[in-house]
Write a protein that binds this ligand. Structure first.
Ligand SMILES: [Zn+2]
Ligand SMILES: [Zn+2]
Length: 173
């Protein structure tokens, strides 16, 4: 059997699409893509971006907000100053804005990055029953995982996954 006979599994297939979608993002700090899947059908795609008609990060620069967050390294707690771009609507939130409730009932969301707390809260109330992500976002993992368990939403990380090479962004801060 040659390697061309190896078919992509569905997780890889939909996560690849999420990564392709993420390349549309114009934020130089973070490219996030999300897709809505019902069974094996693609029902929507979204990426992080400024509202339509408003200058985006490539035109107006990122809108940086500084905040302190608690980071635990080797059991030691430390407040670390972090910078985030707050110009964009997160991919998961755009996905909810551009899909219908009826399509979301019982659906899965594939998203390149582990959802933040706010997005997780909204996804938990959106009708979807599964979230599949790739890159970790440890800041909110604890509370997000607990909430998903309470809601009975499957929350899983693709461990063995490799994103398509052409979708990898170079971070320019
Ligand atoms: Zn930005
Ligand atoms: Zn978010």
């Amino acid at each position: 059997m040659s390697t061309t006979d190896v078919r992509k599994d569905w997780d890889t297939y939909f996560m690849d699409i999420a990564y392709m979608v993420s390349t549309r993002s114009r934020c130089s700090r973070r490219h996030v893509g999300a897709v809505l899947v019902q069974g094996k059908k693609l029902l929507g795609t979204a990426y992080n971006g400024a509202p339509m008609g408003v200058p985006d990060c490539s035109e107006a620069g990122c809108m940086i907000s500084e905040e302190y967050e608690l980071v635990v390294t080797d059991g030691k707690e430390e407040m670390v100053k972090k910078q985030r771009c707050i110009r964009t609507i997160h991919a998961e939130q755009n996905l909810l804005l551009f899909t219908d409730r009826i399509d979301r009932e019982g659906s899965s969301v594939y998203v390149t990055d582990e959802p933040c707390w706010t997005c997780s809260n909204m996804l938990a109330n959106s009708g979807i029953t599964e979230i599949v992500f790739h890159r970790p976002y440890p800041k909110d993992t604890g509370k997000v995982t607990r909430m998903m368990a309470q809601k009975g939403i499957t929350f899983r990380k693709l461990e063995q996954y490799q994103p398509p090479r052409e979708t990898m962004m170079t971070i320019s801060d």
